[in-house]
Design a protein around this ligand. Structure first.
Ligand SMILES: NC(=O)C1=CN([C@@H]2O[C@H](COP(=O)(O)OP(=O)(O)OC[C@H]3O[C@@H](n4cnc5c(N)ncnc54)[C@H](OP(=O)(O)O)[C@@H]3O)[C@@H](O)[C@H]2O)C=CC1
Ligand SMILES: O=C(O)C1=NCCCC1
Length: 350
């Protein structure tokens, strides 16, 4: 099953609430509880709204084939454990990471405010989405936030010969005086796996230094990367050890520390169609008011102004916020055939 996303087709502008409701119906009709469907639909619709196309509706077929394969439990009810004053653990019970996060969100915020810092360790979970939706709300609640998640072995460690790490993104958010939070969200690989898939579908070559083929030879062909090849860590040929070190850190914090699988550890071969990595996620929330009073957001603003003064043309997150404002005004632009297919999926019985 594919959800087409072709530029040539006519474009329709869909209100956010309509897309979200349609996605929720799709999830519920294809094997999730209403609660899980609501969380995944908001997440996926938000990604599409913000132009995070590698983790928007492009992901729907992957979600559905995974649910059909029995690899993930769409009805899982997460178990939250209060481990220590600044420490929460959640067993996602082989469900998606975001409902597990939502089950512990209020407790995480309360702990961060009480202790100054708190962490949330999620394991036995599947994360198939962009990471910024996991940190931006914390910054809107006045906290500084960091999130890390590992995925599936598709990245060769620096100097290595075979895939071991996931694309392992890191997302950070900080409150900024008078503005939307400052947010970055980046894969520690040269490119997100989803963007490799999109490039393959559109027949585009990748820049040099992004991946290798199944023989370990450099390639710019996304299909060769997907067909037994691998991505390289970010940083380019001379500095990929930096991306590799960060990816290693993500494996340790998102998997070893939480009790989740490393990206190379889980075996989904018994579940044809499975695409969601069965790993872990770590979220850290810090209350800046504990040390800086109300001043942190202002300091953040001073840094941003200084960066602009130094010539930085745009901030991370800025493109997304601009895209969000456009989409909330005029609707989310979807190729007509994509919208048609989503409606068909929402109306069909599993
Ligand atoms: N769940 C999972 O296991 C995985 C999820 N992902 C997701 O894939 C998505 C894409 O990741 P990736 O391809 O690395 O993201 P990008 O390289 O597109 O962007 C990374 C960050 O850099 C910012 N940025 C991009 N260009 C500039 C620029 N010229 N100046 C300043 N800032 C800039 C972006 O802001 P802006 O958003 O405004 O463009 C963003 O915050 C992420 O949301 C990530 O979470 C990736 C790997 C695995
Ligand atoms: O784009 C990526 O890289 C990934 N996204 C979702 C989970 C698997 C890796």
């Amino acid at each position: 099953m594919t959800v087409p996303h072709t530029a040539e087709a006519g474009v329709q502008h869909i209100p956010f609430d309509t897309l979200q409701a349609t996605l929720a119906r799709i999830f519920e009709r294809h094997g999730t509880s209403a609660e899980v469907a609501a969380v995944l639909a908001r997440n996926c619709a938000s990604a599409e709204r913000d132009g995070s196309h590698s983790h928007g509706v492009f992901r729907i077929p992957g979600y559905l084939s995974t649910l059909a394969s029995g690899w993930v439990d769409g009805h899982a009810i997460p178990r939250v454990q209060d481990v220590a004053p600044g420490y929460l653990a959640v067993d996602a019970c082989n469900g998606f990471a975001q409902p597990a996060y939502m089950a512990a969100y209020d407790a995480l915020v309360a702990k961060a405010r009480a202790n100054g810092i708190a962490l949330l360790a999620i394991h036995n979970s599947h994360h198939f989405a962009a990471l910024w939706p996991d940190v931006e709300p914390l910054a809107r609640d006045g906290l500084v936030a960091l999130a890390l998640v590992n995925s599936m072995a598709c990245v060769v460690p620096s100097g290595g010969t075979r895939a071991l790490f996931g694309t392992n993104p890191i997302a950070f958010a900080a409150p900024r005086a008078g503005h939307d939070p400052l947010v970055f969200d980046l894969a520690t690989s040269a490119m997100a796996h989803g963007d490799v898939q999109i490039a393959a579908r559109e027949g585009r070559l990748l820049p040099e230094g992004f991946g290798v083929n199944r023989h370990g030879q450099p390639t710019q062909d996304p299909r060769a990367i997907l067909d037994g090849g691998a991505l390289l860590p970010f940083g380019g040929v001379h500095s990929s050890y930096k991306g590799s070190a960060l990816s290693m850190m993500v494996e340790l914090l998102a998997a070893a520390l939480t009790g989740g699988h490393f990206s190379f550890e889980f075996d989904w071969s018994g579940h044809p169609g499975a695409q969601t990595p069965h790993t872990g996620e770590l979220i850290i929330a810090i209350d800046p008011a504990k040390n800086c009073g109300r001043g942190f957001a202002q300091r953040c603003e001073e840094l941003v102004q200084a960066m602009a003064g130094a010539g930085q043309a745009r901030l991370p997150g800025e493109r997304r916020y601009r895209q969000r404002a456009l989409a909330l005004r005029g609707g989310i632009a979807l190729p007509a055939d994509t919208w048609c297919e989503l409606q068909r999926l929402a109306d069909m019985q599993a």
